[in-house]
Write a protein that binds this ligand. Structure first.
Ligand code: DP6
Length: 350
């Protein structure tokens, strides 16, 4: 590629997302074994600034997280950049100084690799446009950013879009692909337009198992095939629910997905139990609050003990006092984080 610009600075802000249909198990070059759907968040963001200039030294990448050098993450990004030579053939000619910060606390049950990797992928796509002087169409730009983000972390592929986002091939969604995510922007029922996610912090302990190790567990899992077909069925049903607004079905599928994920971890070899006693206590309380008050509030979980409490904004006035009076004493320091459906990434003006 003929380069026209030597150095520059780019910034992107990109959200984390919470999966409603879980990606668990990968194949080939970071491709999912089943389709997944997530909701992009509004307040839980990574802000990444990337400065590039022509390479003059061997050690060509410096990474600061919240102002401090992070050697481990720096090594992960170096490997990531090396793996991107097919996507960006100019990378080896530049040196980089990258700094990133999150608007949410570490180990709170909010996927930081999704927001971090998607913001970095967006920076690289903008850099390509700057140095080549060629602009992609908006569709192609985000498709490429999603593909690049996926190579960094699977769930990050979904964070380059706002709202409800699907990743992984399915006959029920024509835009779907294993290579990149696509926004599910067809008609979404109004009840989901202002959906809320209250993240209940049961424990901020470091995760016992990384998701990469977790995905590996699916390779020889006795229930792998059953899981992948369950996820396909759930995916198709969830697309229908997002159109119809059927909250009972929504909650049933979402909770089943979360508990299936943890079930798979519990009966993997080796086995992991990431749910804490307080997680189970909260699940009981959420279910009983829902059935006795007829309020559509349900939960989902990532690969950890913290709960994402999901509900339409219209019942927020009832859910908030419920969290404060009946759930908060089971939370670490009574902490929870309020988030909601967001509109996706934003380029930062520098
Ligand atoms: C349980 O995307 O973190 O959150 O591709 O190895 O980076 P890597 O895994 P990652 O896995 C996410 C797993 C999950 C479910 C989901 O987000 O779909």
């Amino acid at each position: 590629m003929k380069t026209t610009i030597n150095s520059g600075s780019i910034g992107w802000e990109s959200p984390s997302n919470i999966a409603l249909i879980k990606y668990w198990g990968k194949k080939g070059n970071q491709l999912p074994c089943n389709p997944s759907i997530s909701m992009s968040l509004k307040n839980s963001l990574s802000r990444t600034l990337l400065h590039y200039e022509p390479k003059t030294k061997e050690n060509a990448l410096r990474f600061l997280f919240e102002g401090k050098r992070q050697v481990l993450f720096e090594q992960r990004i170096c490997k990531f950049f090396e793996s991107l030579s097919d996507q960006f053939n100019f990378l080896n000619d530049y040196q980089f100084s990258i700094s990133s910060e999150n608007t949410f606390p570490h180990s709170a049950g909010i996927a930081s690799s999704a927001s971090a990797m998607s913001s970095l992928a967006l920076c690289l796509c903008s850099m390509e446009e700057e140095i080549s002087g060629k602009q992609l169409s908006s569709d192609d730009f985000y498709k490429k950013a999603s593909l690049v983000a996926r190579l960094g972390s699977g769930s990050a592929s979904r964070s380059v879009y706002g709202g409800f986002v699907a990743w992984g091939e399915s006959p029920s969604f024509s835009k779907s692909s294993d290579e990149y995510a696509a926004s599910f922007s067809q008609y979404i029922h109004p009840v989901f337009q202002d959906f809320q996610d209250a993240i209940l912090l049961v424990s901020s302990k470091q995760k016992e198992v990384s998701s990469s190790v977790g995905h590996e567990l699916m390779k020889n899992h006795p229930y792998a095939m059953a899981r992948f077909s369950q996820a396909n069925v759930h995916f198709e049903r969830m697309l229908g629910v997002l159109r119809s607004g059927d909250l009972n079905d929504f909650i049933q599928i979402m909770e089943n997905e979360a508990l299936s994920l943890h079930g798979l971890m519990m009966n993997s070899t080796p086995s992991y139990t990431l749910l804490e006693p307080n997680t189970l206590e909260l699940i009981e309380r959420i279910r009983s609050f829902r059935s006795s008050n007829n309020i559509p509030v349900g939960f989902t979980l990532d690969a950890g003990p913290n709960i994402h409490l999901m509900y339409p904004k219209s019942v927020g006035e009832k859910v908030l006092p419920f969290i404060e009076s009946q759930l908060s004493h089971f939370l670490e320091d009574g902490r929870f984080i309020m988030d909601e459906k967001g509109d996706g990434p934003r380029k930062i003006k520098i």
